[in-house]
Design a protein around this ligand. Sequence first.
Ligand code: COA
Ligand code: MG
Length: 293
Amino acid sequence: MRSLLFVPADGGRKLDKAMASGADAVIVDLEDSIVPERKSDARRSAADFLRDAMQEHRRPRLIARVNGLATGLIDADLDAIVPAAPDAIMLPKTEGGGHVVHVDAKLLAREATAGLEAGSIKIVAIATETATALFLGGTFLGLTWGAEDLSAELGAQATHDADGRLLDVYRLARAVCLAGAAAAQVQAIDTVAVDFRDLAALRRVTDEARRDGFTGKMAIHPAQVAVINEVFTPTPEQIAEARAVIAAFEASPGKGTIGIDGVMHDRPHLERAKRLLARTTEPEPAGSMQRLR
Ligand code: COA
Ligand code: MG
């Protein structure tokens, strides 16, 4: 999934717009974009929308963002959402793999009741939204990261410096997400850019995210989708280069290190080339979302 567009679950027309936005996934939000007194209406609206949207022939992946484990709201969220059988839930404020195990158990019970296959609804965790979560980053399953909630918990007044660069603690959160995703062999998904009118800034941070190993990014506005899709779609030059690297290794069987155009290439280069090509043939890398077993 290159682009994942958030839409509030009570968004009305926005839900249909999100479906037509070109995003690889639509995230129907029951968490921060829904005020407490509208949660139960929003659950109903999310379930109705998901049930219909799942039937569409050509559709984006459908993900429901539920409320975090500490809120006491997640059980009612899952009761409403699971019968609609979305592709995945997004779990905010995840504190390590323990939270994922807990939510996996909640899903299993409801999948059985709804007649769904065990493990059919995947979990995408937001891994860095609390200070505690940062210390548990290595225990993850599959993930993305967030700065806004973490800054609220830290009592910070900003997430970026005057030049628009992420401050240290959020760079740490971002790095924890990248390394945690690699350790769990799941897709690393970059966080949202909240300034949705500044597409030049979006392109810059998305380029940086791709450079660093993210393979997708969340969006909050349809205007962001095309930029994100473009950045995460391998270019013909990148594909040609990857094919050349693979061909060079195939031409030298038994060799771990070879020179191509004056540059040493070894196993990591070969792996990178293979992963890039895999992204051109599959809608998403294998195992980008997974359940525990
Ligand atoms: N999904 C689908 N459609 C969206 C959208 C979204 N995330 N964000 C905006 N649109 C639609 C608007 O409804 C509007 O449609 P219209 O022209 O038919 O009226 C059009 O795109 C242009 O919207 P615009 O005026 O530029 O933005 P806005 O001020 O209406 O909305 C936000 C701004 C931030 C409120 C909106 O983008 C949004 O709701 N984003 C998602 C928020 C969210 O889910 N946050 C939680 C995760 S961090
Ligand atoms: Mg949040």
